[in-house]
Design a binder for this molecule. Sequence first.
Ligand code: HEC
Length: 192
Amino acid sequence: MKISQLKLGEKILFGIVALLLVFAVLSFVMLEIYRSRLNHPMYPATTTFDFTPIGKHGSELFRDRGCTDCHRALRNGTNHGVTLDGVGSKRSLNYLINFLKRPEATYETKTVDHGLNKEAAYVAGLPDTELHDMAVFLSELKATQGSPDAELPMPERSGFVDEMVKIWAPDTWKAERHDLRQDAMKPNNERP
Ligand code: HEC
């Protein structure tokens, strides 16, 4: 079919699609050129890991036992479950071991997949040594404080956040809850 045989509406429609396509390709090329000229990564890495031999073994188990079907860690896996990058800054090794063995008794809210007759029920039935090694692996996934994966916000005070809390947080909150930022300076094992 020749272009001249198209109706006006069709020409406009295809024209818009073609423009969008050109725009997308151009943006991609420009972004890649920009990225190739940077001498640092475009986004800083905020999850770090330093594996012990047990942690390394745990990371292999994590992949082989189907955890990556639902979880993502170190850029592997999917986003169906929770991302576990940085989980070692949020949870202690003890918590992780307990969660893997007795998810429903450990998790603070109802679980979706871990637990009896749920999709990840098999996890609690894996040998203790495997669960231990995977928990060690997860406990070694640390996140930089203040990054999206980290539990604790940035150490510096933010005037904006202080102001927002003052305006919007009901007074009862101040009595019932405590400010996470005050924990930021404490060592890991003294946090609640
Ligand atoms: C069918 C999907 C699925 C599979 C498979 C799965 N998980 Fe999970 N996992 C989840 C979901 C969803 C959650 C959030 C809790 C819940 O709702 O069960 C979770 C939570 C967790 C948590 C708790 C995180 C926290 O901060 O409390 C850990 C640790 C964990 N999974 C480890 C594993 C390991 C290790 C494996 C493999 C042996 C695994 N999971 C397999 C879906 C899955």
